[in-house]
Every structure is written in structure tokens, then in C-alpha cells.
Design a protein around this ligand. Structure first.
Ligand SMILES: NC(=O)c1ccc[n+]([C@@H]2O[C@H](COP(=O)([O-])OP(=O)(O)OC[C@H]3O[C@@H](n4cnc5c(N)ncnc54)[C@H](O)[C@@H]3O)[C@@H](O)[C@H]2O)c1
Length: 274
């Protein structure tokens, strides 16, 4: 007996990186998992990995910007697995691939702003809109929305992405507040910089910056975020709702000068206490 036996989960953006790791982990813990992603090939590969390990999975090509496709995702899930208990919204568009930046606000292409909000905020909202009635009909459920530490503290370079990620936690709080008495919990996980195919494209300097600023001496892996989502989606977190959990190696717990202090002092305290 594993902790998600008999549960049905949808992972949006489940085709790669953190979403893929989450889909595989939820399946390993007994859930039947729907992998919804705009990249059908990746969704199918993740589903095949789950089925190859003896789990149950369904790959769906879904553009989370399109309300009809989101409604169809829920209908297809119901047809295949007969219910929905868990929703993990990992879906995201990151900053434009070539620059790693949204551009500055005074010259931003409004299409970048709209795309970030459409995929990162409206997508999770639409998934919740169509999943919640099915959860209510089963007596409850649990939702995790994936935000970012860039939605907690400013990076400066990704204003559209950051705004969408800050807002997705507000969405979690609204869902948690409105549906708690009806058995639905909703929480947010904010990853720090995680080693995924998407971040690999950004180059080694981002990994070095992360290691310099993390309290912990290693990089976060997709499974670190998946484990947090698993906890929050499981009954082990039955008294946890509306919360924001940063899973970031300690990057957001200290003042920005700490990394410089470490460099200056080679890890020794700046001032020896007499
Ligand atoms: N990797 C990191 O360092 C990091 C840091 C902070 C937050 N996050 C967040 O974690 C999540 C996963 O990050 P990742 O690095 O694994 O990213 P990723 O790019 O590997 O995953 C995002 C997935 O969403 C899918 N997707 C994009 N647009 C879609 C759409 N319109 N409809 C359906 N699917 C769509 C992509 O195909 C992809 O599979 C994202 O929400 C991201 O913002 C990641």
C-alpha cells in the first residue's frame, strides 16, 4: 500500500523537467497519472516510463492557454480513470529562450507579458476550474501550483514571469480559502534554480551563481521539487493549506550580501568574537 493508491492525478506541464519527475514520483506512489503537455512527444515518453515501471498513465497533448482543450483534458481523464483527486500545475513558459529575459518594462513586447500570464497563471486557473467540480464530487482533493523564488524576490530581468509566479500563489490562497471546508487543499511550491533541461540551456554561469548563493552546497534536482509536491498532495499534509513552500537550497533565507561575505572571508566569520 503506497500513499497515493487509488488516487488520480493530473500533472500539467508534465512532459519534461520538474513536471516529468513529479508525474513519475506520483505514479511510483500509486496514483494513476495524466501527463498534460503541449509537447506530445515528451508527454508520451513520460507516460511510457510510468507504464514501463508498472504504473498507470495517460499522455494528453494540451495547450493550457485554450479553455476547450483544458475542459477536454478533464473529460478525457474522467473517461479513462473515472475521477480526479490531485492536480499539480507545473506548466510554465519561461523567459524567451534566446535572452533568458522578458525585456525591460519600458520596452517590453506586450506579447511576452500576455504569454507569461496566459500560460503560468491562466493555465493553472483553468485546470483548477475544470478539476475542482470532479474533486468535489469525490469529497475533496489537493492542488499544488508551482511558482518560483523569482515570484518571491525580484530578479529584475523577468518581470512578466515573476508577476505570473507571484500571482499563482494568490490563486492557491483563494482556492484554499474558498474550498477548504469542502475538502480541497491547495498549496504553492516555489523552486529555486533547479537542474532541468530548460535551465541547462541557460549556461553554467547560472548554476555557479546558484551554488554561490545557496546555503546548501549542491544544486536542486527535479526530484527535490517532486518530493515537495508529493508531500503536499498526500494526506500527510492534511493540515497544510494555502502555504508557500520555497524549495531553494536556502537561497531566499538570507541577505544578498552573504555570498560576497563568504567569498571575502573564505568561509570564516568576518569578525572573531573575543
Ligand atoms: N527549473 C528551474 O530552475 C525553476 C525555477 C523556478 C521555478 N520553476 C518552475 O518549475 C516548473 C517546471 O520548470 P522546468 O524547468 O521543469 O520547465 P520545463 O520547461 O521543462 O517544463 C515546462 C513544461 O510546460 C510545458 N508547456 C509550456 N507551455 C505549455 C502550454 N501552453 N500548454 C501545456 N504545456 C506547456 C512545456 O512543454 C514543458 O514540458 C515551471 O513552472 C517553472 O516556472 C523552475
Amino acid at each position: 500500500m503506497t500513499m497515493l493508491d487509488g488516487k488520480v492525478a493530473i500533472v500539467t506541464g508534465g512532459g519534461s523537467g520538474i513536471g516529468q519527475a513529479t508525474a513519475i514520483l506520483l505514479a511510483r506512489h500509486g496514483a494513476a497519472v495524466v501527463i498534460a503537455d503541449i509537447d506530445e512527444g515528451n508527454a508520451c515518453r513520460a507516460a511510457a516510463t510510468i507504464e514501463g515501471a508498472g504504473g498507470q498513465a495517460l499522455a494528453l497533448r494540451v495547450d493550457m492557454r485554450d479553455e476547450e482543450q483544458v475542459a477536454a483534458m478533464v473529460a478525457d481523464t474522467m473517461a479513462r480513470f473515472g475521477g480526479i483527486d490531485l492536480l499539480d500545475n507545473t506548466v510554465s513558459y519561461n523567459a524567451p529562450e534566446q535572452t533568458g529575459s522578458d525585456g525591460e518594462i519600458h520596452e517590453m513586447d506586450i506579447a511576452i507579458w500576455n504569454r507569461a500570464l496566459e500560460i503560468n497563471l491562466r493555465g493553472p486557473m483553468l485546470a483548477a476550474k475544470y478539476c475542482i467540480p470532479e474533486m468535489l464530487s469525490r469529497g475533496g482533493g489537493a492542488i499544488v501550483n508551482i511558482s518560483s523564488t523569482a515570484g518571491i524576490l525580484s530578479l529584475g530581468t523577468v518581470p512578466a514571469y515573476a508577476a505570473s509566479k507571484a500571482a499563482v500563489h494568490s490563486l492557491s490562497q483563494s482556492i484554499a480559502t474558498a474550498y477548504g471546508k469542502r475538502g480541497i487543499r491547495c498549496n504553492t511550491v516555489a523552486p529555486g534554480f533547479i537542474d532541468t533541461p530548460t535551465t541547462r540551456k541557460m549556461g553554467d554561469q547560472f548554476f555557479q551563481m546558484t551554488l554561490d548563493n545557496n546555503v546548501l552546497p549542491y544544486l536542486g534536482q527535479p526530484d527535490d521539487i517532486a518530493q515537495a509536491a508529493l508531500f503536499l498532495l498526500s494526506d500527510a499534509a492534511r493540515y497544510v493549506t494555502g502555504q508557500l513552500l520555497a524549495v531553494d537550497g536556502g537561497q531566499t533565507i538570507h541577505l544578498p550580501v552573504v555570498a560576497d561575505m563568504w567569498r571575502m572571508t573564505a568561509g570564516q566569520p568576518l569578525v572573531e568574537i573575543a
